[in-house]
Design a protein around this ligand. Structure first.
Ligand code: SF4
Length: 78
């Protein structure tokens, strides 16, 4: 299980800038243009809306996914 990367995606069109993601996973989601979140450079792949995070951050990004009111965050293993 730990060998499968944890992938995170932000749908910046859906995002309503509610800021929960910053609260739940502050090292992964950082404020970008217009206050909308981007994936921090440390974890970003394929631009600012996609990232791969280490296993120990799985619960944090999952919490952000659960609490995002616009369901703009997707977390999956692949
Ligand atoms: S929690 Fe969701 S709606 Fe709020 S800033 Fe993050 S992605 Fe956007």
């Amino acid at each position: 299980m730990g060998l499968v990367p944890v992938r995170v995606k932000i749908d910046r069109e859906r995002c309503v800038v509610a800021h929960f993601c910053f609260f739940y996973a502050a090292t992964v989601f950082i404020p970008g243009e217009g206050g909308k979140p981007v994936i921090s450079p440390e974890y970003a792949v394929n631009g600012v809306s996609e990232g791969v995070v280490p296993d120990e951050l799985y619960e944090q990004v999952k919490e952000a996914e659960r609490h995002c009111p616009s369901r703009a965050i997707k977390v999956y293993r692949e």
